[in-house]
Design a protein around this ligand. Structure first.
Ligand SMILES: [Cu+2]
Length: 148
């Protein structure tokens, strides 16, 4: 009986450790952000830990969320218009995403997971993504500058 009890205690201690480490972060899809910018993700830059979950919330309808650059071994995602998307980031590095309806207005975002070892590649990808966007390059560069 004592063995069973200590086994259960160990199991629940391990489960607690896993759930305590993985956090969920919410990114809103908005028509107007707190700073007055139109068509924005908020926060558009976020630094999280490997294994965390990002929930893109369709706060204002008419937006979507699509990954455009991800670290090697990570999984792409593609959300439907006006739908929430939940993504678990299980590879370290920089992720770039956009709303493809408003990318030309700069509706883009950056996620840093742990070490940004792919930052140079991300910058090259960002330049390609934002070529021809009215406001996209400006915002993308602003968000990428926060990667540390
Ligand atoms: Cu949008």
């Amino acid at each position: 009986m004592r063995k069973i009890v200590s086994g259960l205690a160990l199991t629940s201690a391990l489960m607690f450790t896993v759930s305590a480490n993985a956090a969920e972060h919410v990114i809103k899809m908005l028509d107007t952000g707190e700073d007055g910018n139109i068509m924005v993700f908020e926060p558009a830059f976020i630094k999280v830990n490997k294994g965390d979950t990002i929930k893109f919330v369709s706060t204002d309808i008419g937006h979507n969320n699509i990954s455009r650059f991800i670290p090697e071994g990570a999984k792409n995602w593609k959300g439907e218009v006006s739908h929430d998307v939940t993504v678990t980031v299980d590879q370290e590095g920089v992720y770039l995403y956009e709303c493809d309806l408003h990318k030309f207005l700069g509706m883009v975002g950056v996620i840093q997971v742990g070490e940004a070892s792919n930052l140079a590649e991300a910058k090259v990808a960002a330049d390609k993504l934002t070529a021809g966007m009215a406001m996209g390059a400006e915002r993308m560069n602003k968000y990428l500058a926060k990667v540390k």
